[in-house]
Each structure stands twice: as C-alpha cells, then as structure tokens.
Design a protein around this ligand. Structure first.
Ligand SMILES: [Zn+2]
Length: 354
C-alpha cells in the first residue's frame, strides 16, 4: 500500500492483515506535534504501521488551551492535527491509521462534526480526515448504544471511514470518559457479553466496517500488580458465538484492547490470537515522555534557574533550548514504543510499499 494515512478498503485490509498474521498495532494517544512525530518516527524505525489517536481533550489541547470555545477547539484541533499527520505520514514511509478515542453521549456531536469535516475534506482533497472514530456508549442500555452507533456508521461508510464501538465498560477513566471500577474488579458487568457482541455484529455488519472495544478485565491506567485480572477467553467466547451462529470464518470480529498500559505480556499475546488488531497505549507513553523531562531537568538544574550562571558566567542556552529537552522526551517515547511493537508482534510488518 502507499505510505501515508489509510482509509476505507486499505484500512480494512490492514486490519485483516493484523488478524491473519496474529499481530496488533499500537494505538498511541498524542497531544501535539512532538508526540505525533515521535510516534511516526518509532513506527518507521520498527517498520510497523501505527495508529495515532486523539482524545477529545487531546484535540482541544492541540488547538490550544487559550481558545475560548471549548467545543470549537475540540473540532479545530482534531482537524488541524489530522492535516499535520496527513502531510507528513507518507514521508515516514509507513501506513498510519488516524483515529479519535472515547466519545460518550455528550461527545457524539463532536464525532458528527468531525464526520462533516471529513466530508468537506473529501470535496477538497479526495480523502476524509480520519480513518475511524470511536463512540463509547457502553454505559447506556445496549439498544440505545447500538442505535446511535448504527446511525453514525451509516453516515461514515460512504466516506470510507470505520467506527469503533464499546461493549462492556472498560474500567478506569480516560479524559473524563469511562467508569471508576474502584475495587470492583470481579463485577460481571465489566465484562463484554457474547450475546451483546452478536447483536452488534448483526446490526452493524450490513452498514459498514466496525471494530469492538471489548472489556475482558482491562482497565485504563496502571494499577498495582495483581489488581487487574485480564480474561482474554472472553474475547474467544464472543468470536466463537458469531462463528457458530452466523457460519463465518474464524475471528470475524475486529477487537480493540483498551487500557493496554501495564498489561501482562502473556495475556497480550493470548488476546492477539482472538482477533485483537489494536491495543491502546496512553499511560505508559505519557510516563515515558514525562520521565525523560524529569531526568533532564534533574541533570541540568542550573539551566532551568539562570540563563547565565551568576558567578561563573556560563551560558545555558544550549541546555534550556526547548528543542533539546523535548527531543529527549521524544526519544524516550520512541524507546517505550520499541517495546510495544515487539509485544504486539507488529515490528517488520508494515504494509507500506518500500
Ligand atoms: Zn480506552
């Protein structure tokens, strides 16, 4: 495939290739050009394709916290960021999936505004802005959840876009969306029910391409070891039900693994065998980025107090130049992603033409 952002049939081909070969792509939440460029650099370095995603507040941050119209900034930031990625991605020589993360009921208008922006972009540039969007209505009754997903997917399909839905509540909270699991890790409502998945499959398959964020004990954020019990067999049960009842090939569903940060490697590997093509990583990459600036400041403390040392006269410009410490953050993010490409088996599998 041509390097750059993928849409429509190319996106579907990429998802299928992941499942056929048993690997998944890291989906990294980004907030600005530093994290975006580092993610693309990491993908190129590992010859892997990559998913770049924005939360609603990540998109708002991209537009600038100073913009007064918060909703407008969430839309503008997502548009601006998509254009940035579209302009640069092909030059990194890999395929990039552009995606937006959790949108609950209050954020459906955000997603719909972005779909309209994609429609305008097709008129201008011939391609939509995003490969896919996510709706997370998992806290609502299943029929309400699916009815809205069906309506939005119907609008997206003619534009060559895919929809990620959520069935079962992923624990933890991300950017104000999600549920607080507290100590309730044994609660069955936190696990995706195969009957719900079959319902979604029947309703959405005729309407377009979609994926399912499933809950199998995964939580957002990083918790004390032992608190999170991943049960990938829940994914296998849903796949098996659809295969048996609808006579499909193996792994008909496209699964997304949320809350991948801090997960046991063996459970990740098991989940990959059950049709997981995407694993979200946010907490771990945030920490990698921030840890690097912490270390840098610690090692160059004087450069963050004075432009020139008051006694020795030593100038510190080369040390406090934001490009130097931001580059250290980018490099740390890349190092953390090196690990993710190996864990998810995507290293060396880029589908981009060389
Ligand atoms: Zn999530």
């Amino acid at each position: 495939m041509k390097p750059g952002v993928v849409f429509g049939d190319d996106y579907a081909k990429l998802v299928q290739n992941c499942k056929d070969k048993g690997y998944a792509l890291p989906a990294v939440n980004v907030v600005g050009t530093n994290s975006i460029n580092a993610v693309m650099e990491a993908a190129a370095k590992n010859n892997s394709d990559i998913i770049i995603q924005f939360s609603n507040s990540g998109a708002q941050f991209y537009a600038g916290k100073g913009l007064k119209d918060g909703f407008g900034a969430k839309v503008l930031g997502a548009v601006s960021a998509a254009r940035h990625v579209q302009l640069l991605a092909e030059h990194y020589g890999i395929c990039v999936v552009l995606h937006t993360d959790h949108a609950n009921r209050g954020l459906v208008p955000w997603v719909e505004a972005l779909v309209e922006e994609s429609r305008k972009n097709i008129a201008r540039e011939g391609v939509p802005l995003y490969s896919s969007h996510m709706l997370d209505l998992s806290e609502e009754p299943i029929d309400d959840n699916l009815e809205t997903c069906a309506r939005v997917l119907k609008n997206m399909t003619p534009l060559g876009m895919s929809l990620e839905i959520e069935l079962g509540v992923t624990g933890g909270e991300e950017d104000g969306v999600g549920a607080d699991v507290g100590d309730d890790f044994e609660n069955p409502s936190l696990y995706t029910q195969p009957d719900d998945v079959l319902k979604a499959y029947d309703l959405l398959t005729p309407l377009g391409h979609f994926s399912v964020a499933a809950s199998f004990g995964n939580v957002h954020g990083v918790y004390k070891p032992g608190n999170v019990k991943l049960r990938p067999e829940i994914l296998a049960a849903s796949q098996a039900l659809v295969v048996a009842d609808r006579a499909t090939d193996t792994n008909p569903l496209n699964f997304v693994f949320h809350g991948g940060s801090g997960s046991e490697k063996a459970k990740i590997t098991e989940a990959l065998g059950y049709g997981v093509f995407k694993m979200n990583i946010d907490t771990d990459t945030q920490f990698a980025f921030s840890e690097a600036v912490g270390a840098y400041v610690n090692d160059h403390q004087d450069a963050f107090k004075w432009q020139v040392h008051p006694e020795t006269g030593q100038p510190y410009k080369k040390q406090y130049d934001p490009r130097v410490w931001l580059r250290a953050c980018e490099e740390a993010l890349i190092t953390r992603l090196d690990e993710a490409f190996v864990d998810l088996g995507s290293r060396g599998h880029s589908m981009a033409d060389k």
